[in-house]
Design a protein around this ligand. Sequence first.
Ligand code: NAD
Length: 436
Amino acid sequence: MNIAIVGTGYVGLVTGTCLADFGNHVICVDIDEKKVEMMREGHVPIYEPGLEEVFLRNIKANRIEFTTNIKDALDVCDVVFLALPTPPGEDGSADLSYVIGVANQIGELMTSYKVIVNKSTVPVGTADKVHEVIASKTTIKFDVVSNPEFLREGYAVQDFMKPSRVVVGTSSQKALDMMNRIYKPLTEAGIPVIAMDEKSSELTKYAANSFLATKITFMNEVANFCELVGADVDKVRLGMGSDDRIGNRFLFPGIGYGGSCFPKDVKALVKSGKQENYQFKVLEAVEEVNQTQKVILVPAIKEYLGGSLQGKKIAMWGLAFKENTDDIREASSLDMIEELTNQGASVIAYDSAAMPNVKRAIGDKIEYGDDMYEILNDADVLLVVTEWSEFRNPKYEVIAEKLKNKAIFDGRNLYDLEVLEEKGFFYKSIGRKTVL
Ligand code: NAD
């Protein structure tokens, strides 16, 4: 099948590359000329483990091409996937201007029947809107499908190739047949394609992400309470998670959720509720708790350093919103940097993938180091923000030797309390006893 992908970010490029790997001919369209040039030269423009290998394999097989001109793609493709940004607008609702803008272009430029598949996360009713926009520009037949994406950055290729399910929302049998053809390699491997109407499909994505954000946030509240009563959240987590009605995933406490999806999707669902005069009370609380959780270690650092952060230097391990990605959108590191520097501290950070993005976002507000141990020189304490594996088994003697104080504040609960106790550190994590 000939497939166009419009928008080649995390979702679009992974979708395009994997669909090419299924044997389709894929044309990726992006307005970012630099990105398109890079891809044409065989470079993956994002950090995503495992993507490069599949990407290069399909370039070599001439199954994937790149262009900035959407017309090139529309002229040859039967199916057009939209993987465009839907960032939060000023009022928290999803900004649909990218999706609607491209729908206008499709309406103006298409010359034969197309299936327009929306992979972006969009509010209920967007498929109808896209339909209206295209229909206002053309008399040629087309169908609009909602096909939300559930991949995780850092595991995107594996998630696309082996998802727990594929959700397809459409009222057109012809479009559904084409979607079933596209996803045949997955259904043959036993992965279900769940077909439904467009609105239910659109809401499925928001409901899933909001539920996961709620699960994380609930556990963060349990962790905060553990600290007050002397319970250990790791034990509570194991005790709870082994009940298969609950499940043991997404129960890890920490310094809040971030990233390009959970914060904006929770916000957008709350906003969609308001537009229907419905108040998502649980989700409003989730947002509030998460905001506090992102900076929950700052008062603890301040207290440890004698009540003031003025003139103190904090070494930060990790900037990405989670491991295995360079994505820093809504990352807790940024909230923490803001709070620490507002209170007079300086920050020096190390992250193997996310430093260029942070430099672009906040420039020299902080210092950057190329070595996780070198940034500890003359720092007052170490603050662990991202759960990269390289931070999991550090050289404790080097940390102790370099830091001014043998103190670690760990937002991801990476270390054993006993080990840190034995090595004589002050160690504060989330929902567990503080090692003094
Ligand atoms: P992204 O910002 O990484 O990529 C979007 C791409 O679209 C960029 O390359 C941009 O240059 C391009 N673009 C913008 N306007 C364009 C236009 N008019 N024509 C062609 N290209 C254009 O975004 P993303 O993270 O891939 O997310 C895309 C959508 O998928 C969002 O709705 C997001 O919520 C959803 N989603 C993201 C993830 C994730 O983990 N990132 C997971 C599931 C769903």
